[in-house]
Design a protein around this ligand. Structure first.
Ligand code: HEM
Length: 434
């Protein structure tokens, strides 16, 4: 029996159904799933992906742990152990072709070098230049600054009795914090956030950047180039000035200064990685608590439980759902051979709900204990900003609970982003009673 799911009708319309039936027969012949074949198609540019990919993720994990999408040209790994191992194996699973769904051209990568798109040892040398600014100790010292930034955006919401949790609050605080570290002047921080937002937004169906996004990217880059030039002449106490002064070993072992392009690459990466993801984490936690009023009540009664709830929200709805890689050699996993230079997507979103790793994976449990937070990636590229994101989210909810008696959201009017790699809410209408 064939159980045909998901986008079958798309295939029927464009005449590709036959290929999939043939593929299923091959699978049955290979004894893969006797009697039941899921004709699955994981499309990271589809509405299913942006809105609710979790049922499909479950099918992928159980029936095609190495899923091949020949039309979009990638393999996808969905089980926890496979994603973890691939994240740690930078020799075979390289980031040097970029980490989005589609590989990037070498010209594009050379135009804007970023550690997230480098492999060790170069990535390790460059990462060291910024990682000191993000150690748990350095970030803990930012507690008061982040509290002040949070109140700056929370107070107007409280005075108005509500607003849009993402647009007016969760979207603003993380960008302020990372901009402050970088040295972006206050007046430029929120338009930069809009520019990051636009530059990450993709067209549904194709995954291509939008015209607005391309223009926003150019404007953002131009801005960072001028800021770097300014810091070269007038250094300040900020991360951009530290990068201007930094020295790093080149591939040939010589000590060099970073180029403007490399510094702008850092600015651009930190600005994007440091704002959109943390925004999505806050939105996710708010909606999850709305859906789980008992958990909300527990946290109001005992705010010391907030860090646990933050970890569970990260696991339940990872803001960064996909990490793209390219194989440097042929590799076979679960009987599927991925040739050299295959595009491979590490489906972090699917891995974090793997029942092989997490008991009752679809249950949101703010007291859940687990040793590895895969939502921040793992291995050489493990998120640099994890401590900052955790701090921002904890403080946001501590202050929200401390200053309100009641919070309600209108989930029916909430909106989601359609972004490269990132998933979550762009708008959550909220009312509060102080
Ligand atoms: C909830 C918030 C966040 C999530 C879920 C998140 C997630 C991730 C993930 C999954 C990776 C690994 C990418 C890969 O393996 O290809 C990563 C890397 C990175 N993140 Fe985050 N991130 C968050 C917040 C932040 C913040 C606040 C910053 C700002 C400092 C930041 C900066 C970075 C950087 C620079 C990298 C690249 C590290 C490298 O390649 O060595 N992230 N993040």
């Amino acid at each position: 029996m064939f159980c045909i799911k998901q986008d079958l009708f798309t295939y029927r319309r464009d005449g590709r159904c036959r290929d999939f039936i043939v593929r299923s027969v091959v699978l049955v012949a290979a004894g893969k799933s006797p009697g039941l074949i899921w004709l699955m198609r994981f499309d990271p540019f589809s509405k299913t992906f942006f809105n609710d990919p979790y049922e499909l993720y479950g099918q992928l994990r159980d029936h095609e742990p190495v899923h091949h999408n020949p039309e979009l040209g990638f393999y996808a790994l969905s089980r926890f152990d496979d994603v973890l191992e691939a994240a740690m194996d930078t020799k075979v699973f390289s980031s040097a072709w970029g980490v989005t769904v589609r590989p990037m051209s070498p010209e594009r990568i050379a135009a804007m070098p970023m550690i997230i798109m480098m492999d060790p040892p170069k990535q390790t040398r460059h990462r060291r230049l910024v990682s000191k600014a993000f150690t748990p100790k350095r970030i803990a010292a930012m507690e008061d600054v982040v509290r002040d930034l949070t109140l700056e955006y929370l107070n107007p919401l409280l005075e108005a009795g509500g607003g849009d949790f993402v647009r007016d609050f969760a979207g603003c605080v993380p960008v302020e914090a990372i901009s402050l570290l970088l040295g972006v002047p206050k007046a430029d921080r929120q338009w930069l956030r809009d520019a990051v937002n636009d530059s990450l937004t993709v067209e549904e169906g194709t995954g291509n950047p939008t015209a607005t996004g391309i223009a926003a990217s150019k404007k953002k880059m131009g801005y960072f180039f001028s800021l770097v030039a300014e810091r070269r002449t007038k250094p300040q106490e900020d991360l951009i000035s530290a990068l201007v002064a930094a020295e790093v070993k080149s591939d040939t072992g010589e000590i060099e200064k970073l180029t403007d392009k490399e510094i702008v690459g850092f600015c651009s990466l930190l600005q994007a990685a440091g704002s959109e993801t943390a925004t999505k984490l806050m939105g996710a936690l708010l909606v999850l608590l709305h859906r789980h009023p008992d958990a909300l009540q527990d946290l109001r009664a005992d705010p010391l439980g907030i860090p646990g709830a933050v970890e569970e929200a990260l696991r339940y709805w990872p803001p960064s759902q996909i990490q793209g890689r390219t194989t440097t050699e042929e590799i076979t996993l679960h009987g599927v051979t991925m040739p050299k230079e295959s595009r491979v997507l590490l489906l972090t979103g699917a891995a974090c709900r793997d029942g092989r790793q997490f008991p009752e994976p679809d249950r949101f449990d703010i007291k859940r204990q687990f040793p590895i937070q895969l939502s921040f990636g793992h291995g050489a590229h493990k998120c640099i900003g994890a401590s900052l994101a955790r701090l921002e989210t904890r403080i946001a909810f501590e202050l929200l609970f401390a200053s309100t008696k009641e919070i309600s959201i209108d989930e029916s009017r909430a909106e989601r982003v359609q972004m490269s790699n990132v998933a979550g809410y762009s708008s959550i209408p909220m009312t509060v009673v102080s």
